[in-house]
Design a protein around this ligand. Structure first.
Ligand code: CP
Ligand code: NVA
Length: 305
């Protein structure tokens, strides 16, 4: 049976821990793993722009001895030139894994159902599992544990937020989310996460108050106010989200020494003040780097025969 990675929800805590352990080993000793995916090819279908996801997967495959092939939106024209099902079946005859960056999450499900090789969600409107795994690996690197650590997510209850909720609930990390009214994370995600959190001990709180959310948080996280595909809403959102900016004033309410995270790309001066991005508190580029290490672990887990 092939395995896919479409949502953090599908991973057990044990699987997450295995990925993190392998990530640590890969980060420490790049050379040791440089033939492990020799002869394997990853096809990457992107319907949206990307810096980190595309480059980290491509370089990651190269570092593991494999090959990656990037297909830009206009090349494959997914679902227009050819159905997702037919693309999945065709690519499964050529390659060993597929990364899909798409709009509707159901495209990921359809691709995974039809493909006979593993499918990895490289971001959908619903979730961004590789991002959340890299983020939690980064937090573990900084604190050594998730126990009694609180992450505050301030901003839009979007794909990244949904994935962080699942990841926190599974691992026992406390998560306090604050979004403007009407921009809360997916209701079903929150409900399911609260059930899982009962086992892990994670405290998940959802509110509309950024000051309350960051109170005592050791890590504060944000993401763009308008995600890819929502660009035309940005002017409206700039007004609605104005009190949800990560800046020195907001961080003064967090725990001393608070660290700041952002999945990037950042819109400096909107969801995050530019001086905070460049400050010693910011670990955003550690996160970006860890995308590659975590994804190499995911690739080994899914593609290695
Ligand atoms: N964080 C992230 O996924 O970045 P890209 O959109 O540049 O891939
Ligand atoms: N929420 C953002 C994340 C980008 C990595 C988006 O979907 O555009």
């Amino acid at each position: 049976m092939k395995n896919d990675l479409l949502s953090v929800k599908d991973l057990t805590l044990e699987e997450i821990n295995i990925i993190f352990k392998l990530t640590g080993a890969l980060k420490k000793n790049k050379k040791k793993f440089n033939r492990v995916l020799s002869g394997k090819t990853l096809v990457m279908i992107f319907q949206k722009p990307s810096n980190r996801t595309r480059v980290s997967f491509e370089v990651g495959m190269y570092q593991l001895g494999g090959n990656a092939l990037y297909l830009a939106p206009q090349e494959i024209n997914l679902g227009v030139r050819e159905s997702i099902r037919d693309v999945a079946k065709t690519l499964s005859r050529y390659c060993d894994g597929i990364v899909l960056r798409t709009f509707e999450h159901k495209n990921c499900l359809e691709m995974a159902q039809a493909a006979t090789v593993p499918v990895i969600n490289g971001l959908s409107d619903f979730s961004h599992p590789c991002q959340a795994l890299a983020d939690l690996f980064t937090i573990k690197e900084k604190f050594g544990t998730f126990k009694n650590i609180t992450l505050a997510y301030v901003g839009d209850g979007n794909n990244v937020c949904n994935s962080l909720i699942f990841a926190a609930a599974k691992t026992g990390l406390n998560l306090s989310v604050a979004t403007p009214s009407g921009y809360a994370p997916d209701n079903v995600v929150v409900k399911e996460a609260l059930v899982v959190a009962k086992t892990s001990g994670s405290k998940i709180r959802i509110s509309e108050n950024p000051l309350e959310a960051v109170k005592d948080a050791q890590v504060v996280y944000t993401d763009v106010w308008a995600s890819m595909g929502q660009e035309e809403e940005i002017n409206k959102r700039k007004i609605i989200f104005k009190d949800f900016q990560i800046n020195a004033k907001l961080l003064a309410n967090a725990a001393p020494g608070v660290l700041v995270m952002h999945c990037l790309p950042a819109h400096r001066g909107e969801e995050i003040a530019s001086d905070i991005m460049d400050s010693a508190r910011s670990i955003v580029f550690d996160q970006a780097e860890n995308r590659m290490h975590v994804q190499k672990a995911i690739l080994i887990k899914l593609l290695k025969s």
